[in-house]
Design a protein around this ligand. Structure first.
Ligand code: HEC
Length: 105
């Protein structure tokens, strides 16, 4: 049996407020869940992108062709520390630089 009509007006109001609040919380939760569902998958950056992001903070970028594969290896051991890069990112950058490296004259 519905006893809602037996409640004082004040109790009715507070029950109604509680119901509206609960509905709002539910709606917000659903919205957040949907947003998380549709968020684009986190894209893994390529070596070229990592190079462009990290290696021109202190000096301008060099073209990969300006150094040989061996030179890039040596440069990366120094610059990786300067740029404070995690190993995996340094590896991607080195791969990009070496794949596009110049050859000794
Ligand atoms: C925190 C600053 C800093 C960051 C970040 C940095 N470098 Fe450097 N880099 C330097 C400095 C300073 C020199 C000058 C030579 C030296 O002192 O070692 C240099 C020199 C170089 C050189 C040789 C000089 C030239 O102009 O040809 C190359 C190539 C180079 N960096 C590549 C890189 C690469 C690749 C990265 C990204 C992994 C990088 N750097 C990130 C500071 C930085």
């Amino acid at each position: 049996m519905n006893r809602f009509h037996l409640l004082t007006p004040r109790r009715r109001t507070s029950l109604a407020v509680a119901a509206v609040a609960a509905a709002l919380v539910g709606a917000v939760a659903v919205t957040i869940a949907r947003a998380a569902d549709t968020a684009p998958a986190k894209k893994k950056l390529t070596g070229a992108e990592l190079y462009a992001i990290n290696c021109n903070r202190c000096h301008s970028e060099r073209y990969p062709t300006e150094r040989t594969k061996d030179e890039w290896k040596t440069i990366m051991t120094h610059m990786r520390v300067r740029a404070n890069l995690p190993a995996a990112q340094a590896k991607e950058i080195l791969k990009y630089l070496q794949e596009n490296a110049g050859s000794n004259p």
